[in-house]
Each structure stands twice: as structure tokens, then as C-alpha cells.
Design a binder for this molecule. Structure first.
Ligand code: SF4
Length: 363
């Protein structure tokens, strides 16, 4: 195994397709986000989905609380490329409507739809149109009897709730589904996913619900999802942040990148800086991250402030700089090829990284 390969062995699962995106059975772990516009505001929702597409989202979930939202969904679906999941609670007619309008996956809990006829209508429709279902259980909304029996949302309580919905789909002989068992507490979520992973063979959708704001939520998600992913659990994920949804996608990819599960865009390696630094490392990395967000080709770029660690990191990266007095050493594919003026470092690096990305893309 090279040091670039991930040592993680994924849990075996069945596979479903959300539109053209495969989930499970070894497929790349898909990164999701969710719109937070009013779904009936078609223009804003389409604009947000397009901004999510630009940062590489694989699947977008849209909340469909009313029949008006279902009508808006029809027009939204026609204007975007990425597969869409409709988030529906309780109203089976909304599920049937968005299925008619080309939805790629239904997030609906069969146990909450109502009587058998309604469940049958949704499941038959999903089967006919090849639409998978996501069962999504949250620690904050467990069934009353489960809440009373367990007293609090323990991992066992969350999984029992999920298995009720799974059992219904089993009874209808429908296996094209994935399941999430989210909790805002990291330990509860991890344990719930571990338990569930042993009980079903379907793909798992990971998330720490209501994780928090951009910084704290990212860290919480990185720890929770990171632990699960490192055990091979998880086939698709959403990082829930009280922030712009594009942040959720970037953090999702950063988590996958850190575990070397999936690469997308530039993986910057930067030193924390100290008084030895020969140029402004922090300013350079932040500015390059901002300017190069559109690059999707995976590559490692090391930006290191001096020769203590600079050459070593640069040799192991696609490109790298090792800070020097006035000029810094520039490395490409493990070879020192140039020296860059520290004053023009950002512009020169941007240009070099862009041309390298083009070269790799056309290979
Ligand atoms: Fe300081 Fe150099 Fe280490 Fe960066 S690589 S933290 S500049 S000693």
C-alpha cells in the first residue's frame, strides 16, 4: 500500500442509484447537501442548487413541505443537473406527486405515512419508477412509545425506530433504500450507526444532525463521520451546518480527503508557521484556497515556510514550495525545478497549479 492509498476497508452493502449516482457496494462516497431556500421560490432554489453543483455536490436534498412546493419542484428539477432527493414528512400524496415530476430519491419514513394503502401506493410507485427511498431517523423525533420505553434517545432506541421502517419496506419486498440514524451527540450517532451496520445490508447515509455553526459543526462532523468512515461505515454523507450549504459540501470533501477515501480538488499541506517562515504562509494558503476552488482534479500542494520541512513535504507532493530568503524553492513531481520570488508567490503558484491541473485533466 502506498502512503497515498486509504487503509480503510469499506463495509459491504447493496447498491442503490440516486439518479445516476451509485450509493453503496464500493461506490465513491457521495457528498450531499440540502437547500435552505423556500422551495416555492424556484429562482432562489435553482440558484442555490447551481452554486452547490459548482463546488462538486453529488446529490441535493430539497424539502417539500406542501403541494405548492411539489409543484415548484417540477420546475426546479427541469433546471438543474444534479440528482434531487425530496424530503417529505407524513403526506404520501406529495411523494406521489414528486415521483411524477422525476424525483431521484424519496426521503420518507414509511411508518409515518399512515395506513397500509398509503404505504403501498408510495412503495409501488417507487418500485415502478425505480426511485430509491431514504429512511431517516433523528434522535430528536423518535416515536412516543420508544421515547417512553428508553427514556432518552439512546443508540438502541434510534436503531429500533429505524428498524420499524426497514421492516415495513421488507414486508413490501422493497430493498432499494438507504438509512440514516442521526443524532446531534457524536457518541450516540456513532453507536447507532455501528449497531445498524450489523443489522441491515443496505447503504448507510451518515450525518451528525444539527451539528452547529461552520467551525464547531465541521469539527463535530469530522470527528463523528471520521470515526465511522475510518471503520468502513458509510456510503453517502451530509455535513449539517448552520452555514451556507456550499460549506457543507466543502467540509464533506475535506473529511473524505483527510481519510484518503475520495479526492477532489487540491489538498493543501501547510505548516502552522513560526518565526522561521520566509514568506506569509497563512495568507498564501488562504488566498490560493479561495482562488482555486474551481479545480476538481485531485492534487497535493505543499506550502511550507522554510527549509526545515519544506523540501520533504514538497518531494511527496504534486507541487510544493519550501520557503527561502527572498526566493523559495519550487518543486514539481518530487523534483526541484525552479525558484519563485516570494513577492509574487501567490500569482505564480496559481498559474502553475492551474496549468498542472489542465495537464492532468487532459491526460
Ligand atoms: Fe516554522 Fe519552518 Fe516549521 Fe513552518 S516549516 S513551522 S516555518 S520551522
Amino acid at each position: 500500500m502506498s502512503h497515498k492509498d486509504s487503509p480503510i476497508r469499506r463495509r459491504e452493502s447493496t447498491r442503490i442509484y440516486v439518479g445516476n449516482v451509485p450509493i453503496g457496494n464500493g461506490a465513491p462516497i457521495a457528498v450531499q447537501s440540502m437547500t435552505n431556500t423556500r422551495t416555492t421560490d424556484v429562482a432562489s432554489t435553482v440558484a442555490q442548487i447551481k452554486s452547490l453543483e459548482r463546488v462538486g455536490v453529488d446529490i441535493v436534498r430539497v424539502s417539500i413541505p406542501t403541494m405548492d412546493a411539489a409543484e415548484a419542484f417540477k420546475s426546479i428539477k427541469q433546471q438543474v443537473n444534479v440528482p434531487l432527493i425530496a424530503d417529505i414528512h407524513f403526506d404520501y400524496r406529495i411523494a406521489l406527486k414528486v415521483a411524477e415530476y422525476g424525483v431521484d430519491c424519496l426521503r420518507i419514513n414509511p411508518g409515518n405515512i399512515g395506513n397500509e394503502n398509503r404505504i403501498r401506493a408510495v412503495v409501488d410507485c417507487a418500485r415502478d419508477k425505480n426511485i430509491p427511498i431514504r429512511i431517516g431517523v433523528n434522535s430528536g423525533s423518535l416515536e412516543k412509545d420508544i421515547q417512553e420505553r428508553y427514556g432518552e434517545p439512546t443508540p438502541q432506541a434510534i436503531v429500533e425506530s429505524a428498524m420499524r421502517h426497514v421492516d415495513i419496506l421488507d414486508r413490501f419486498n422493497f430493498d432499494q433504500f438507504k438509512v440514516s440514524v442521526k443524532a446531534s451527540d457524536v457518541f450516540t450517532a456513532i453507536e447507532a450507526y455501528r449497531l445498524l451496520a450489523k443489522q441491515i445490508k443496505q447503504p448507510l447515509h451518515l450525518g451528525i444532525t444539527e451539528a452547529g455553526g461552520a467551525r464547531s459543526g465541521s469539527i463535530k462532523s469530522a470527528i463523528g463521520l471520521g470515526m465511522l468512515l475510518s471503520e468502513g461505515i458509510g456510503d453517502t454523507l451530509r455535513v449539517s451546518l448552520a452555514a451556507d450549504p456550499t460549506e457543507e459540501v466543502k467540509v464533506g470533501f475535506d473529511i473524505l480527503k483527510s481519510l484518503r477515501i475520495r479526492s477532489r480538488g487540491i489538498n493543501f499541506i501547510a505548516c502552522p508557521t513560526c518565526s522561521r517562515q520566509e514568506f506569509d504562509v497563512i495568507g498564501t494558503v488562504n488566498e490560493l484556497e479561495r482562488r482555486l476552488e474551481d479545480i476538481i482534479i485531485p492534487m497535493d500542494v505543499s506550502i511550507i515556510g522554510c527549509v526545515v520541512n519544506g523540501p520533504g513535504e514538497a518531494l511527496a507532493s504534486t507541487m510544493g514550495v519550501a520557503g527561502g530568503h527572498n526566493k523559495s524553492g519550487f518543486y514539481e513531481d518530487g523534483i526541484r525545478v525552479d525558484r519563485i520570488d516570494n513577492d509574487s508567490m501567490i500569482d505564480v503558484l496559481e498559474e502553475k497549479i492551474r496549468s498542472k491541473a489542465n495537464l492532468l485533466k487532459n491526460r
